[in-house]
Design a protein around this ligand. Structure first.
Ligand code: SF4
Length: 403
């Protein structure tokens, strides 16, 4: 019998830092008050000329601080990377050791999710070590991960997710034990290497809808699904892409799904074509849908599998793990994210001048998506809109088939 404090580790996920320095860019590194006092006390300009007369830190704004343990941030340099990254190594770490770094850097890329059956450990796929499955299996790093869990608890003492009111669908409750039976089967669907990922998601969706029908005996979702996207499907792809794969840096509130903006977008643009934008380029989703996605490439398949397995294993897609979504909507959202990864990877390959999607195209799409998922918040209205738009297994199938 597992206790909610027992650490549960995923199979088949490896990790070690590859020292590439890529995790140290693209975001303002947040710091707790203690981090700030410890690090800002040092005269960094005396240690390295690059820091002379530099204003390295800033106070977080109220909305950035809300519900976090952080109050300051390291300002990114002109290259949008952390200024303490010197010759691809952390200068703070090199000079003062790992314990002197900001708490978030000490913990990254590990994350933990406390549930009634244990605390599930996963890693962030923003890290290239996670993308490439580098190093030892997490299963063989239990002692180290126990120490990281201790650090996580110190940093987030209020991490007590409430799993008492999870739902299979809006208004259809699920006990944790019922969920865990489904969880095992969903992971089984995702692990079935004899199927394409599209079919694995469809098998998972079928399983959940069967469970829903048993509980409600009313939803008729099977039958032939028209492969053509309707205008709502298209606008949903557009709205999700805007928050998960932004072309320009996002301002306050722009990175979250906004119900009213979505409505306005549907009303104003419903009939217009939908493009996937990359800096300097725009590709129609119809054009992208015709480009093949390499289903047989073992490295791409391994990455896609590990990424979605990790989300399922860590319970980072429904309930207290993601926006309080129902299990069905949370799972369909994952399937649509897979479709977005495909479209984004195809657009990247075209931008490179090739119609063949490479491992690097997919890795970049997964990293960007993972980063944005960590930054996005789903408020009650946005979550309700997700339920409305993504509960439909037919929509999920159409988008999967189209991508
Ligand atoms: S403080 Fe060090 S580890 Fe943290 S982001 Fe900057 S360079 Fe990377």
């Amino acid at each position: 019998m597992t206790d909610s404090n027992d650490l549960v580790l995923p199979e088949g996920i490896n990790y070690e830092c590859t020292g590439c320095g890529k995790c140290c860019g693209g975001w303002a590194i947040p710091m707790t008050q203690d981090d700030y006092e410890r690090i800002s006390e040092v005269d960094w300009g005396e240690k390295n000329d690059k820091f002379k007369n530099q204003n390295l830190f800033r106070e977080l704004k109220d909305y950035e601080m809300a519900n976090t343990p952080y109050s300051y941030a390291i300002k990114p340099g002109a290259d949008n990377r952390c200024p303490f990254l010197v010759d691809n190594l952390c200068f703070i770490h090199s000079l003062n050791g790992p314990k002197f770094k900001p708490s978030i850097c000490q913990l990254f890329p590990y994350s933990f999710n406390k549930t009634p059956t244990g605390t599930y450990a996963t890693i962030s796929f923003v890290s290239m070590g996670a993308i490439n499955n580098s190093g030892k299996a997490l299963l063989d790093q239990r002692d180290y991960l126990e120490s990281k869990l201790g650090e996580f608890k110190q940093l987030y003492p209020d991490h007590e997710p409430n799993w008492s009111s999870i739902t299979l669908a809006t208004g259809v409750s699920l006990t944790w034990d019922e969920y865990m039976l489904l969880d095992e089967q969903l992971i089984g669907c995702m692990s079935d290497a004899s199927k394409t990922f599209e079919d694995r998601f469809i098998a998972g969706s079928d399983l959940l809808i069967d469970e829903f029908n048993k509980k409600r005996e009313r939803l008729g979702v099977k039958g032939n699904v028209s492969p053509a996207l309707n205008w709502q499907d298209k606008q949903l792809i557009k709205a999700l892409r805007k928050i998960y794969f932004p072309v320009k840096p996002l301002g306050k509130g722009e990175g979250d799904f906004n119900f009213y903006k979505f409505l306005a977008q549907v009303v104003l643009n419903g009939a217009f074509p939908v493009n996937i934008d990359l800096p300097g380029h725009a590709y129609s989703i119809e054009k992208l849908s015709k480009i093949p996605f390499p289903q047989e490439d073992p490295d791409i398949s391994s990455l896609i599998y590990r990424y979605f397995f990790s989300r399922l294993f860590g319970k980072h897609y429904f309930g207290a793990g993601f926006g309080q979504l129902s299990v069905i909507t949370g799972f369909h959202h994952l399937a649509i994210l897979y479709a977005l990864i495909k479209l984004q990877s195809k657009a990247s390959s075209l931008q490179r001048g090739s119609a063949t999607v490479s491992y690097l195209d997919v890795a970049a799409a997964v990293r960007q998506l993972e980063k944005r998922l960590g930054e996005t918040s789903l408020d009650g209205m946005a979550a309700a809109t997700f339920e409305l738009l993504m509960f439909s297994p037919n929509r999920m199938r159409r988008i999967l088939a189209f991508s």
